[in-house]
Each structure stands twice: as structure tokens, then as C-alpha cells.
Write a protein that binds this ligand. Structure first.
Ligand SMILES: NC(=O)c1ccc[n+]([C@@H]2O[C@H](COP(=O)([O-])OP(=O)(O)OC[C@H]3O[C@@H](n4cnc5c(N)ncnc54)[C@H](OP(=O)(O)O)[C@@H]3O)[C@@H](O)[C@H]2O)c1
Length: 260
């Protein structure tokens, strides 16, 4: 779908891919609503968006809180009457070790990557079912969603859960006749953001956050159900998915640092 003159929500927009996508969309006369916890960074992104000619509104809050997500969606609909595109981008995957992580650490990763998606998804789908024009929920997933990866056990589990949930949503929208709602999952490979800079996770074929944003916009336009990039990492993931488990394990472990 086109991304000009639209009402667009981006969650997790204070830094990284969310920030860069907001700035890229700002050139197309949109109304862009940004959320995150770090207010000063969010304001900085909002200023850039306004300078590029789009309208901008910010909401400071924690995506793990259902009441925050409900309030954001309610307020957007009150002010603008609709939401054309929602890019649900909140997430993070710091390095982890499944043999040492606490219950809290593992479930926190689930909350940030999965619960925040569901918190926004429910009020969004309720609203979008009432709309008549084509609209889209796009979720920032990862190429790390398809199988377990050393150092990313909790993260791959959370992203995998999100991918499966949205796959079912897509089927049920078709079944119940809401085909104007597009469900997209975005699967970047390694992106050079503040979050990933010094995390120690091997990052072959890494791309800049600006390049990632350009892929995200292309995905909106093409309405791909799964937007995977860049090509090399996406292809490697495809091969990894069909490779025998023993071979995949050997390759993934050869990349993992000895101590983490
Ligand atoms: N970088 C990569 O290599 C890579 C690869 C594949 C997928 N991804 C995915 O891309 C998305 C963005 O990641 P990034 O690398 O751009 O990292 P980032 O710069 O840390 O961006 C994460 C964004 O989410 C927000 N956020 C985190 N926890 C939040 C919470 N509880 N409530 C509200 N906002 C929250 C952060 O803002 P505040 O801290 O201000 O709240 C920030 O704006 C994530 O979903 C990540 O899993 C990243």
C-alpha cells in the first residue's frame, strides 16, 4: 500500500530501525505517531519528522502495559479517525545463555517482544475491523524467528511466537471477511543499531538502520506478507530451515563465541 498522506503509528520509535523508519516516512506528508519510553529521544525524532514536512504526535509509555497501548490507539482514533499503518517495532534481543538465565530474564524478553505486540494488536484489530479502506499491521520480527540460535534462545522463542500468532490472524481475517486488513511480518537480518552495536553476537552481512528502513518502506508498498532482508542473510536462513538439524547446529555453534 502507498505510504503517503497516511496516519501511521510506529511503536519503539526513539532509536534504531523505528527511528529511521519514522524519518524515512516523514518525507511523504504523513501523520506519524511515535511511542517509546525515552522521552527526550522521542522528542528529537519528532522534531526531525516535523522538519521533513509530516505531522507528528508522541506518546511516552511502556509497551508492556496494556493500558498504554489502549490509550495510544484510542487517542489516535479520536484525533484522526483511523489508523492506516501500524508498525509494531518494540523489541530487543540482548545476548543470553539458556543455561544461566533467570526466569525473570527469559520472561522479560517475552514481554518486550511478544506481550508488547499483543497489547497493541488487540485495540488495533478492533479499530481496523471498523475501517473500510486497506490498512496494515506490520510487526518487526527478525530472521532469527525460524529456529533456535545460540545466544538468542529467549529472543528466538518470543519472535517465533509472534510470527505464529500473526500467521493465524492473517488466516482468520480471510475466513471472517476482513480482507482489507493486511498483516505483515518484517524479518531483518543484522542491523547496526545502538542496541546491537556491542552485544557480542556475531553479525555477518550487517546493514545500516537507514537501509533497513528503506526495506521496510518497500515492504509496505509491495504488501509482502513476510518482508525478509537482506538477500544474503535471508537466503542463508531459508537454507538453514531445510538443513538437517545436526548440520544447522554445527554451523550455528561454529559462529558462537566460546564464552557468553
Ligand atoms: N538490530 C538488529 O540487528 C535487529 C535485527 C532483527 C530484528 N530487529 C528488531 O527490530 C526492532 C528494533 O530494534 P533496534 O535494533 O532498532 O533496537 P533499538 O534501537 O533498541 O529500538 C528498540 C525500540 O523499542 C523501544 N522499546 C523497547 N522496549 C520498550 C518498551 N518496554 N516499551 C516501549 N518501547 C520500548 C525502544 O525505546 P525506549 O527504550 O525509549 O522505550 C526503542 O525505540 C526490535 O523489535 C528488534 O527485535 C533488530
Amino acid at each position: 500500500m502507498e505510504y503517503r498522506n497516511k496516519v501511521i503509528l510506529i511503536t519503539g520509535a526513539s532509536s534504531g530501525i523505528g527511528k529511521s523508519t519514522a524519518k524515512a516516512l516523514a518525507q511523504f506528508n504523513n501523520t506519524i505517531i511515535l511511542t517509546a519510553r525515552r522521552e527526550s529521544l522521542l522528542k528529537r525524532v519528532a522534531n526531525d519528522v516535523i522538519k521533513s514536512g509530516s505531522e507528528c504526535l508522541t506518546f511516552v509509555g511502556d509497551g508492556r502495559e496494556p493500558s498504554h497501548a489502549e490509550a495510544v490507539v484510542d487517542e489516535i482514533v479520536k484525533r484522526f479517525g483511523k489508523i492506516d499503518i501500524a508498525l509494531l517495532n518494540i523489541g530487543m534481543g540482548p545476548p543470553s545463555n539458556t543455561l544461566e538465565a533467570s526466569v525473570q530474564t527469559i520472561l522479560d524478553c517475552m514481554d518486550i517482544n511478544y506481550k508488547s505486540l499483543i497489547n497493541f494488536y488487540v485495540p488495533l484489530i478492533r479499530q481496523m475491523k471498523k475501517q473500510k479502506e486497506v490498512c496494515m499491521i506490520s510487526h518487526m520480527n527478525s530472521l532469527a524467528t525460524y529456529f533456535g540460535i545460540p545466544m538468542q534462545g529467549d529472543y528466538t522463542a518470543a519472535k517465533g511466537a509472534a510470527r505464529l500468532f500473526l500467521e493465524t490472524v492473517r488466516m482468520e481475517l480471510k475466513h471472517f471477511g476482513f480482507e482489507h486488513i493486511r498483516i505483515q511480518t518484517v524479518h531483518p537480518g543484522f542491523v547496526d543499531t545502538d542496541a546491537s552495536k556491542n552485544d557480542g553476537i556475531p553479525a555477518p552481512n550487517q546493514i545500516s538502520e537507514e537501509k533497513a528502513a528503506a526495506y521496510v518502506l518497500k515492504g509496505f508498498q509491495k504488501e509482502w506478507k513476510e518482508n525478509r532482508f537482506p538477500f544474503g542473510t535471508s537466503l542463508a536462513t531459508r537454507i538453514g530451515r531445510i538443513a538437517p538439524l545436526r548440520l544447522r547446529t554445527k554451523i550455528l555453534l561454529s559462529e558462537a563465541p566460546k564464552n557468553f
